[in-house]
Design a protein around this ligand. Structure first.
Ligand code: C2R
Length: 178
């Protein structure tokens, strides 16, 4: 697992700086939970970059990163953190772009601590909050695609195709005479 994570970290450093979506998490220990988020963004062919920057531990670096990312053309931020998960909320305080928050299951409270921290933002500083953990990580990417689809026809087509495919896979018809 450690080997896989350091490989992921190397991959992240090599990412482009012209991404549409910036994914941030509070710790390297969060990265494995975010794999589904990266995979879903890839499936929609949405360019992304990811960084480990903690609002608690690296406040100045986070401020600088958001300013640089916006200047480079990032359209949407995804923030993921466990425990007292302030990262997504601080992101929303630093940018007017949409922010999606993923609460992570990292401690004694099973992610409920992070969920409350991410979802209970004061009025005027919204964080679109998804489910705890890996299900939320995937949905953060699906939600990002739907937001970007409002102004990007290609992404809109891929969202429509995904929904059709998902519905056909879920369909089950039972013949009562069989
Ligand atoms: P470590 O494993 O590095 O001790 O981190 C991280 O997201 C992680 O889930 C433990 C947990 O602390 C979280 N963390 C935050 C923030 N920075 C780190 N919630 C933040 O800025 O909100």
């Amino acid at each position: 697992m450690l080997q896989r994570l350091s490989k992921t970290a190397r991959m992240l450093r090599a990412m482009s700086t012209t991404a549409t979506v910036a994914v941030l998490c509070g710790s390297r220990s969060d990265l494995s939970t975010l794999k589904g988020c990266f995979d879903v963004l890839d499936s929609y062919e949405i360019s992304w970059e990811a960084s480990v920057i903690s609002a608690h531990r690296q406040a100045d670096a986070l401020h600088a990163y958001v300013a640089e990312a916006e200047a480079a053309g990032v359209q949407l931020f995804i923030g993921a953190a466990g425990l007292a998960a302030h990262l997504p909320g601080v992101l929303a305080s630093l940018t007017a772009k949409p922010v999606i928050g993923i609460p992570l299951d990292g401690g004694a409270l099973g992610g409920a601590d992070a969920l409350y921290a991410v979802v209970q933002m004061p009025p005027g500083v919204p964080v679109a909050t998804v489910a705890i953990g890996s299900a939320g990580a995937k949905n953060a990417a699906h939600l990002a695609a739907r937001i970007l689809a409002l102004s990007d026809e290609k992404v809109a087509e891929r969202v429509a195709a995904f929904r059709t495919d998902q519905a056909s896979k879920a369909e089950l018809r039972i013949d009562p005479r069989a």
